[in-house]
Design a protein around this ligand. Structure first.
Ligand code: GAL
Ligand code: ZN
Length: 676
């Protein structure tokens, strides 16, 4: 039977993060009443409140949270509870110092900020499970509670504590069985690194990035598994006691060295903490890196998601404050999140903290407690989202293009940077930005995911590879798909060992080329020539390609490799495989991706003005076209047909003018899908 509480994660609504424990109890009802009047539907609480929920070992105090949740319920506001394990209290860390992570150099990650918890610590697991169980029992039947957030913003700690050391050793034992196997798979013979007893095998003490790259990569994999196992200690308790509640986790700051996809297997819905930089000098990039973050979050579970923390004021404290959000920016970025598939957007935070380290990471309301301009904008957003929720609920983002993202490639390329400026994630930003400018919706999915339904797949550097990866691309192309594979692919096996075959390794067959030689040109600017004899800049890397069935698409135009193919296209089965041997400038990506998209039946729009984005959500009642102006200047976007504004009801034809940070949500008058 479909369950109300479980389904509630797909509601389209606005929420806030609220810390009842930070404010005098006499303020709660006034705050909650204002939330209700403003149109807030959901609130996240308690993710750092361990010292208040369990003031001393084993003695729990839920009375204050009961009173807060009862008040929220009285006003019809729903609640997500964060498990408080990112901030173990002082009584716990002093009695059980194994909770604290140990850094590579031997220093302890002391309490005082947050995130001071080693995922492999037996004490953390024991005390963490105990408080989560107590919370779950207390609130499984509370009428306001709909779901849980595990911990807060998981990230890699590279912990070198004794528990991690032992756990790493057994992880390696389990993976390879014998020391002989470890020695051979990691190539430890180099620099006399061979292990002769298991006790010699440790976490990479000292933290030098120049240790054996196979060891370093497996150390990362071990940590990914440890976070997953740690989260399981939470989700198992929650599932058993609160079967009607959903579970999420708030990911943040991409790229994260985390197996987000693996972590999300235990979750119902993924969440992201979205803080676009509001400073004008970031205006050219923030809307695009933001769009990528949103697409990546949607790709974690390949469905709608939550924003668990959304920008509400000038960020600060971790650095001198950034600019305050320009009028319209808070609303426009919340709509951008919804346009890219967020269902619930929770704003961080209701009011700026009066105490503690984050006093100047501003909330919706300032310390004065007088709601101002930003709050008025937030109230408008709540009104709009509530009015349009019936139209938006059940709609989703459907993309015909995808980028294959891999946390393993990210990690391996961070362990051994290949050339100055060659950064896995920064390069993804470039293609993603070009797609966004062309109005081509794009999913960003895990590289091992099935590719059914896509027409165009961009494959950033598959530096580590295996048969499975080659098969995936070959069968996609055989079935008529277009693959765009970039340089530094097919370099290594999955254990971070270079393979003894011409590059791009197992991808050569599908790409119809081999790499004769390469030149890590780094920050130098080189030159490409297209078939139309146009010149484009390129940098980072130059693969000099030998054709083995592929056709050249662009050639180098300078240096000793002038005239050699740089970009190629191979017809493979019913599809095509492009190989891009260098990192071209944006104009080239716009041309190449635009041509490839048109060729596969996608319809790119004429390049959108800087900062303007167009996305669609599709449902049974047709498509909703979101036009967002994420810039400080008014912009105009041409319309391909007549539309009606879902916001104002007015007819829009010819062109839509959008003021600074304004947005429009359009439905085609004739109900047909728009271009792009
Ligand atoms: C997030 C975190 C919040 C708050 C915010 C502002 O990373 O989850 O608790 O700290 O950043 O820094
Ligand atoms: Zn540890």
């Amino acid at each position: 039977m479909a369950d109300m509480a479980l389904d509630s994660y797909s509601k389209v609504q606005i929420g806030v993060d609220y810390y009842p424990e930070h404010w005098d109890e006499s303020m709660w009802e006034t705050d909650i009443k204002l939330m209700k009047e403003t149109g807030v539907k959901v609130v996240r609480v308690a993710e750092f409140a361990w010292s208040r929920l369990e003031p001393s070992d084993g003695s729990f105090d839920f009375a204050w949270l009961d009173r807060a949740l009862d008040l929220f319920h009285a006003y019809g506001i729903q609640i997500v509870i964060g498990t408080p394990t990112a901030t173990p209290p002082r009584w716990l860390t002093s009695a059980h110092p194994d909770v604290l992570p140990v850094l590579a150099g031997g220093g302890v990650f002391h309490p005082g900020v947050r995130g001071h918890r080693c995922y492999n610590s037996a004490s953390l697991q024991q005390y963490g499970s105990r408080i989560i169980e107590a919370l779950a029992r207390r609130y499984s039947g509370h009428p306001a509670v709909i779901g849980w957030q595990t911990d807060n913003e998981f990230s890699m700690l590279d912990c070198h504590c004794d528990s991690c050391n032992l756990a790493f050793r057994s992880w390696v034992q389990k993976k390879y069985g014998t020391l002989e196997q470890v020695n051979s798979e990691w190539g430890t013979v180099v620099w006399s690194g061979e292990y002769s007893a298991w006790e010699e095998l440790t976490v990479p003490y000292g933290g030098s990035p120049f240790q054996n790259p196979s060891l370093l990569l497996d150390f990362q994999r071990f940590q990914w598994d440890a976070v997953i196992a740690y989260q399981k200690t939470q989700t198992e308790v929650l599932r058993a006691i609160c079967p009607r509640h959903f579970i999420t986790h708030n990911f943040h700051s991409y790229p994260q060295r985390l197996d987000m996809h693996g972590l999300a297997e235990a979750l119902d819905v993924a969440a992201f903490d979205y803080y676009p930089n509001p400073s004008p000098q970031k205006q050219a990039t923030a809307p695009y890196s933001g769009a990528l973050s949103l697409d990546l979050t949607r790709g974690i579970k390949r469905r709608g998601f939550w924003i668990m923390e959304q920008l509400s004021g000038p960020p600060g404290c971790w650095f001198p404050m950034w600019r305050t959000p320009y009028p319209g920016l808070i609303r426009a970025y919340a709509w951008q999140a919804i346009a890219r598939g967020a269902d619930t957007v929770v704003h961080f935070r209701w009011r700026s903290a009066a105490a503690g380290a984050e006093q100047f990471w501003h909330g919706l309301i300032d310390h004065s407690n007088v709601p101002g301009r930003r709050f008025a904008e937030f109230a408008r957003l709540c009104g709009e989202v509530n009015a349009l929720a019936p139209l938006l609920e059940g709609t989703r983002v459907i993309s015909r293009a995808a980028i294959l993202y891999s946390h393993e490639q990210l990690a391996a390329l961070r362990i051994q940077p290949q050339a100055e400026g060659l950064d896995y994630y920064e390069n993804i930003k470039q293609y993603h930005r070009a797609l966004t400018k062309l109005g081509i919706g794009c999913d960003v999915i895990d590289w091992r995911q099935p590719l059914e339904g896509y027409k165009l797949v961009i494959v950033p550097s598959l530096y580590l590879h295996d048969e499975e990866a080659a098969q995936l691309l070959e069968s996609f192309a055989t079935g008529g798909g277009t693959v765009i594979l970039t340089s530094r692919s097919g370099v290594k096996n999955m254990n971070n060992i270079c393979v003894m075959q011409p590059l791009p390794g197992l991808f050569s067959h599908a790409a119809g080329i081999t790499v004769e030689e390469y030149d890590p040109v780094g920050g130098e600017v080189h030159s490409l020539r297209s078939a139309e004899d146009l010149r484009y800049k390129c940098s980072q890397w130059c693969d000099i390609l030998r054709l083995q069935g592929a056709e050249p698409v662009a050639w180098y135009a300078d240096d000793f490799f002038a005239g050699a193919p740089a970009v190629t296209m191979n017809r493979f089965g019913a599809g095509k495989v492009y190989y891009i041997g260098t990192q071209p400038e944006e104009n080239y990506w716009l041309k190449l991706l635009g041509d490839a998209a048109r060729d596969t039946g996608l319809t790119p729009v004429p390049e959108l003005p800087d900062g303007v984005q167009a996305f669609t959500r599709t449902g049974e009642q047709g498509e909703l076209l979101f036009l967002l102006n994420l810039s400080r200047t008014a912009q105009t976007v041409g319309l391909d047909k007549a539309y009606r504004s879902a916001l104002s009801g007015s007819l829009r034809t010819g062109a839509a003018r959008l003021e600074a940070y304004d947005i429009e949500i359009l439905q085609a008058e004739d109900g047909s899908p728009q271009e792009g």
